[in-house]
Design a protein around this ligand. Structure first.
Ligand code: 8GT
Length: 147
């Protein structure tokens, strides 16, 4: 008799996240709307990558859907993997300093431009990013200095 094959753990879900950064270092955060896991928590805008979709295309799509913004250019910044009780996610964080339009609340969510981030609570996997942001906030990143 064969034993039942062990259930394979679901692989991580790819999520793209965009940090819009103004020249003065302010970044845009949104509050998760009712009905989603962690409703009311603050996050950087973004969402799940669809099957076969390129990361940057997914980022552009999410910003159009959620905020009515067009992202012209973004830099892939860092990746964070996190296991929540509802999902195992692999987050791909981008920084964009080039977009068109003003954010609109297309999903009824609140949003806020923040220098030192003062909104709370933040999604757990996003909390460490706030400290790392200070590394890239003011100079154009990456910046190479010459003698
Ligand atoms: N957008 C965003 N998602 C984040 C961040 N940090 C973080 O852990 N996540 C996680 O990444 C996942 C994003 O999924 P989502 O449910 O918002 O994606 P979505 O907009 O495509 O949702 P949908 O499935 O309702 O269409 C969630 O599990 C969320 O907890 C963040 O800073 N921004």
């Amino acid at each position: 008799m064969h034993e039942a094959a062990p259930k394979l753990a679901a692989g991580p879900i790819d999520v793209v996240v965009g940090i819009l950064m103004k020249p003065n270092g302010d970044v845009l955060l949104g509050q998760r709307p009712a009905g989603k896991p962690y409703a009311g928590y603050w996050e950087f805008p973004g969402g799940k990558v669809e099957a076969g979709e390129a990361l940057f295309a997914a980022l552009q799509r999410e910003f159009v859907e959620e905020l009515g913004l067009h992202i012209d250019q973004a830099t892939e910044w860092c990746g964070v993997e996190h296991v929540y009780e509802h999902a195992h996610v692999r987050l791909h964080f981008f920084i964009s300093r080039a977009w068109q339009g003003e954010p609109q609340s297309l999903e009824g969510q609140a949003f806020a431009w923040q220098g030192k981030v003062g909104v709370a609570p933040l999604l757990p996997a996003t909390i460490p990013l706030l400290e790392w942001l200070d590394l890239v906030r003011y100079p154009a990143y990456p910046r190479v200095l010459h003698k």
